[in-house]
Design a binder for this molecule. Sequence first.
Ligand code: MSP
Length: 647
Amino acid sequence: MSKRYYVTTPIYYVNSVPHVGHALTMLACDICTRYQRMQGRETYFLTGTDENGLKVYEAAIAAGEDPIAFVDRISQTFRDCADSLDIEYDVFFRTTSETHRKAAQKLFEVIRDRGYIYMDKYQGWYDVSAETFVKESEVVDGKSPDGNPVRWVEEDNWFFKLSAFEKPLLEKIENEPDWLIPAGRKNEVVSFIKQGLRDVCITRTNPGWGIPVPGDDSKVIYVWFDALINYLAATGWPDGNWQDLWPADVHWMAKEIFTRFHATMWPAMLMAADLPLPKAVAAHGWFVFGDSKMSKSLGNVIAPDELVTFYTERAGCAEPIAKDVVRFSLARSLPYDGDTNYTREEVARIYNADLANDLGNALNRSLSMAHKFCEGIMPSAAVDPAAHEAILRHKKLAEDAMVPLKLDDFVSAGIDLVRWLNKYVDDRAPWQLAKENSPELPAVIGSMLTVVANAAGMLKPIIPTVSAEIARQLGVSGVQKWSDIGEADLILAGTHLGNPEPIFPRLDKTIMEELKPQAAPAEPKAEKKPEKKAAPEPPSVIEFGDFMKVNLKVGRVIEAEPVEGSEKLMKLQVKVGDQMRQILAGIKKKYSVEDLIGRQVIVVANLKPAKLMGHESQGMLLAADDEDGQAILLQPEAEAPEGANVH
Ligand code: MSP
């Protein structure tokens, strides 16, 4: 059997319930596998739950539940989440399964036998909430950089020789530029590795939950080391036909677990075991809600099924269509480089604009005019070459987008073809051709129907039910193979077309108003003033205690983009320890995006957030003035630990 196209989501923690952020990664994988199937490949799609962590165990105890019953219950909510959006996974993998336990213990043994796992003494701070060790320098007031309480751990433990893989990992990244996706995030991984990789402690004292270390029941395997193995365990490794699946074609995730875990630790573990590495590791950005990441712990989540219900009950879509509405809005909003503010209002805007106005309208007018001017029968006239060219051009755009997995561009290619069609209809004005008895009319109507059928085919991986419904209304079976697009006669001459039935009833004004967030407070005047001139004169002397109130930290610029309409401002995503901050800085004249990405900076970390040009800034960078008053960014003289305090 030839190797199947194998795609994975992260396996989700079961300490709380799923939301649209989790659904987003499931959808990214679902689109990839549906597209590959249209390309004629067999696929395998893994999602599942990560159940062995201490925080899951503690969440169960806190909920007063038996841990096994607890993980069963929450794990089911992630399956339900997938089902609520027609996510077609092949395996829902759980790390409390016997298959996983065996594979995790086996891989531990293999790596230990090959000399990359050794016993040593561990002492340090542990953040249970993030399931990660925290450096001494990162602990402030008994809290980790994420603001979680830390506890002191001191015990003999097993260590993984991560340090041995610095060079091989850097070589891999250098030699295979497409391995890490998107390319922008690669720099972060490179600088993370170049800072020096320390060996990691990969076991904990056995709390009665987790996977025991082979030959040492007093310890369990560290939850991240254990969880990453799921991708391999699900293939059946080390038995059977695991090579039908392994290596995975792509591991999808969001950015917070990309650098340290999926782009560094997991490939190093595979190298240590002499196993092939995944072919691609891809990270998307976050869905944020207002200013913060949408997260279970912040309680600002939107559940996918809640949106499906909204589009069924309030918009009046059929339920299977409402699922596609949510899928489309997720894919359309997929943050690739930055983050997206995914709100109910934004979903409604996408619904009205792309689905009701563009796609719904294109289908409706094509079918209505075919009934009006061609008796509801597909004309035999040849398709307009301009329409054929538009189909092929957008098809190529979609294919090109799928190479670097730019799913947002893939969606745009399909919807842009629909827009092209709406413009074509306006330009060719079939009603006018009919009035003039023009011989061109049948070709124009036939072209319109052909473009709708092809656009529905291109959008099939994203909105499969809508695509099938469009084909049904056109009276055909629709695009099955990707190669049909632009090539096959999708609607044979003489086909009896169905009647147009609206798929996406428009959301009316009242509903749109309801969805609007509360009016935002007036923006501070700071927006209009150039930041430098606005800085107030400091008092000539301050108390030491005043200075100590300022929390200065080392950060790293992960993303940078010029703020549109501003001469000076750059919008930066700065990683401070394990936290991401958006910071607006007046450095555009002096620094380009390339100058900034990967650079270490000094951040005033406890500055009250402010809005500049409509963007929130959550901190400030320290800089000196040059002769022209332009900023020269301060930077540690040597690479400093991430998030280090500055005195
Ligand atoms: N259990 C680990 C992963 C182990 S993989 C071997 C974990 N679980 S998690 O429940 O926290 O899931 C994190 C993942 O959920 C993200 O990487 C992303 O795929 C998805 N998302 C969760 N919240 C999200 C947003 N707000 N926005 C985008 N994706 C989000 O980490």
